[in-house]
Every structure is written in structure tokens, then in C-alpha cells.
Design a protein around this ligand. Structure first.
Ligand code: PMM
Length: 270
């Protein structure tokens, strides 16, 4: 899943794709690079982000979805029912719902739905995230939401632990260590770690400041490979081409034996 934020204020690509043509071009590039799905969002969910008025969000996402949907599968990253509806009319077939509250909307529209876990809202979520047992609580929440969605008639229901949404670095790592227990719930698992802050802190050498979002590619790749190895069916990423390469080498079942006719010839790279 390639990230396409049509926003001025997203944490790593804010402002880059607010222009409609730039957004469409970037979506098509990610599709060519191997993204199966382009996730179009018009409201940032970064910690402290301010909510966006519905007409503004609609004006950002609908034209971009209309342009991309004939060429590549599109999801809409929104928590607003009216935006989800307009996006589906424009061609989106998956609602990426960080509030996990739109199952009824997805069922009524006959499209897929992602239930993401979060604690609090973007305005409050990083103030003091606290859990008794983060893995058990997130697991229970996702299990409940996904089963409820199935009862409502959602045929394609995804679950996502919501890395960085009301979670400390320790919470994020606990969830990543236990992705297998989320995958075991029996719903396809989506994981989004790309360029997130805990990777900047984890990958910094002792005494060094955390890496900024633009320097988190290698850490993002390591976490994407890990997530897929532990059972994720999809990863939500900004850097599609490098992620596709990494997963072609290291994804489960994807380490290929080189066909004989492509074997290493004398003088070639090993
Ligand atoms: N992360 C962001 C936004 N939307 N949706 C899902 N399902 N999972 C995520 O982890 C997730 C998300 C973070 O913001 P970004 O668009 O700036 O990466």
C-alpha cells in the first residue's frame, strides 16, 4: 500500500502532494513501482494535527481518486462517513479507517474496510499512552471490530495495530514482536511503520539525535520485512520501490532460487 497524503501537514510528506497533478503523478509512480493499492488521504493524523473541514477533505481526495482508480486499486484514508462515500463513488474500493468506526458505511457501500486501533485522537494520543497489556488490548479490540464488521456484511475486513497511534516506542515494539498473534485472528493484517518516529529513535547511534523522517528509509525497510515475515499481508509505505525490492528478496516464501538460465556467469556479480 503506497501512501499518498494530499495534505499540507503530514509528518513526512506534508505539502509535497497537495497539488492535484503532483498527487496523481506520484500515485501512478507508486503503482508502477509495484504498489498494489494507493492509499489517498486528505486529513493528517499526525500527533497534534487539527481536524480538516469536510469540504476541504473532499476537494483534496475526490479528484485524485477519480484519476487513479481506473489505473490502480485505491483506498481512502478517512474517518468521515461522507468522505468515505464520496471516495467510493469516485472509485475507491477500500476504506482505511483509523477510527475503526466506519464498518457500517463500508458494509452499506459494499467495499473493503481497514479497522485500525488507536488510543485517543490525533490531538491527544501521544500525551500519555497507557495500557495494562498493549498486545492483549489491541488484539481484543481488533478481534471485536473485525467480527462485528463481518456481521454487518463487510466481506473484506482488515486489521491494523495502529503503530504510533497512542503508543510509546515500547508499545510499538511489543506490538511488532507479537504481530503473529494478531495475524492468528484470521483477518488479513495491515501494518504501517513507514518513517514513523520510533524508527528514528531506534536507529540512532548512542548520543546521536533521532533520525528525521527523510533518514528513516533503512529502518522502515527492516520493519516492513519484519512485519511481512510475521504475518502481515500488506504494509503501508511511503517508499514503494525500495520496499518492493526488499520484500522480493526477504519476504516469506519469496526468497527465490535463481533459474538456471539466469545463474551467475563467470565475471558477473555474485
Ligand atoms: N498511519 C498513518 C496514517 N494512516 N492508516 C493505517 N491503516 N495504518 C497506519 O499505520 C497509518 C494509517 C500515519 O500517517 P502518514 O500517512 O503520514 O504515514
Amino acid at each position: 500500500m503506497g501512501v499518498l497524503n494530499v495534505t499540507p501537514d503530514s509528518f513526512s510528506d506534508g505539502g509535497l502532494y497537495l497539488d492535484r497533478d503532483a498527487a496523481i503523478a506520484h500515485g501512478l509512480t507508486m503503482a508502477e513501482e509495484g504498489a498494489a493499492l494507493i492509499d489517498v488521504g486528505g486529513e493528517s493524523s499526525r500527533p497534534g494535527a487539527q481536524p480538516v473541514e469536510e469540504p476541504v477533505e473532499l476537494a483534496r481526495v475526490v479528484p485524485v481518486i477519480e484519476a487513479l482508480a481506473p489505473r490502480v486499486r485505491v483506498s481512502v484514508d478517512t474517518v468521515k462517513p461522507a468522505v468515505a462515500e464520496a471516495a467510493v463513488r469516485a472509485g475507491a474500493t477500500l476504506i482505511n479507517d483509523v477510527s475503526a468506526g466506519l464498518a457500517g458505511v463500508a458494509a452499506a457501500l459494499g467495499v473493503g474496510w481497514v479497522a485500525m486501533h488507536r488510543q485517543g485522537t490525533p490531538q491527544t494520543m501521544q500525551r500519555a499512552p497507557a495500557y495494562r497489556d498493549v498486545v492483549a488490548e489491541v488484539r481484543q479490540f481488533l478481534d471485536d471490530r473485525a467480527h462485528r464488521a463481518r456481521r454487518l456484511g463487510v466481506e473484506e475486513g482488515w486489521i491494523d495495530p495502529g503503530i504510533g497511534f497512542g503508543k510509546t516506542a515500547g508499545h510499538n515494539l511489543s506490538l511488532l514482536r507479537h504481530l503473529g498473534s494478531l495475524a492468528a485472528l484470521g483477518f488479513p493484517l495491515l501494518v504501517g511503520t513507514s518513517r514513523k518516529g520510533f524508527l528514528g529513535r531506534l536507529s540512532a547511534l548512542p548520543g546521536q539525535p533521532p533520525a528525521p523522517p527523510s533518514d528513516r528509509l533503512e529502518a522502515s525497510l527492516a520493519s516492513a520485512v519484519w512485519a511481512v515475515d510475521q504475518g502481515a499481508s500488506m504494509v503501508r509505505v511511503h517508499d514503494v520501490a525500495p520496499t518492493v525490492q526488499a520484500l522480493r528478496v526477504a519476504g516469506p516464501g519469496r526468497v527465490r532460487s535463481v533459474p538456471p538460465e539466469e545463474g551467475v556467469q563467470a565475471g558477473e556479480d555474485r
